[in-house]
Design a binder for this molecule. Structure first.
Ligand SMILES: C[S@@+](CC[C@H](N)C(=O)[O-])C[C@H]1O[C@@H](n2cnc3c(N)ncnc32)[C@H](O)[C@@H]1O
Length: 222
């Protein structure tokens, strides 16, 4: 039922009561219940229309009793007392970071799938006391996506641009390697454009990052 992107999100779910923020169609919440991975799911969305769609999905599969749909901006209106996992997928990295700032998420397993600005999100996590535990790159419909597993640890730290760009993507995995190669190429092109417009310092920074990421993708440490 789920595509590779949401299936990877489901794999990172660890507890029995998950909350899918920005649920839209409700497929992930339904699958978590049908697979037996979770015993209860909250499907939340900021808009009524997607929430209706989620209600329809959950009802169609006979999951009304084991689920709740909540109209909420992020986690603002959700009671998180016994929630074990929060999934925020299919949104931009900045919006995901904003939602993570709404209330304390201490002790909750977080599954984050940014469509854009993954490096912004990784930096936000590090600087705001969240630990990025694991990251998996998946391919779907000809596009690569990253899925992150994080938890609040309270330990805040600064991270380098290289770490913000690459996070926990492991070159031993094919999709992660492809993602790193694509990133390296993108930075190389940016370096050329910057160089052509006379921004030599910035061009050199991008060129160096491109080189470091290319080496990382090749399994070299430096
Ligand atoms: C592109 S869909 C992603 C659906 C699903 N999570 C997925 O990954 O396939 C984004 C959903 O997030 C919802 N959304 C956007 N901003 C939100 C917010 N601040 N709080 C909750 N939901 C939000 C939208 O209404 C939409 O249904």
């Amino acid at each position: 039922m789920l595509g590779n992107r949401l299936a990877a999100c489901a794999e990172f779910v660890k507890g029995k009561k998950a909350c899918d923020v920005g649920t839209d169609h409700g497929y992930l919440a339904a699958e978590l219940l049908m697979s037996g991975k979770c015993s209860f799911a909250i499907a939340a969305d900021i808009n009524e229309k997607p929430l209706q769609s989620a209600r329809h999905t959950l009802h169609k599969h006979g999951l009304d009793e084991r689920s709740e749909t909540v109209l909420s901006d992020g986690v603002e209106s959700i009671g998180l007392d016994d929630v074990t996992d929060i999934i925020i997928a299919g949104m931009g990295g900045e919006l995901i970071a904003k939602i993570l700032s709404q209330k304390s998420l201490d002790g909750i397993n977080l599954v984050l799938q940014p469509m854009t600005k993954a490096s912004y999100l990784r930096r936000f996590l590090a600087e705001n006391g969240f630990e990025l535990l694991e990251e998996k790159a998946v391919s779907e419909g000809g596009r690569l996506y990253t899925v992150m597993n994080a938890v609040y640890s309270g330990e805040k730290r600064e991270i380098s641009e290289l770490e913000a760009l690459t996070g926990k993507l492991s070159p031993s995995e094919e999709n992660a390697r492809r993602m790193l190669c694509a990133l390296s190429e993108k930075l190389k092109k940016e370096a050329s454009a910057l160089s052509a417009s006379g921004n030599l310092e910035q061009a050199e920074e991008r060129r160096l990052l491109s080189e470091q990421i290319s080496k990382l993708a090749a399994g070299e440490n430096s």
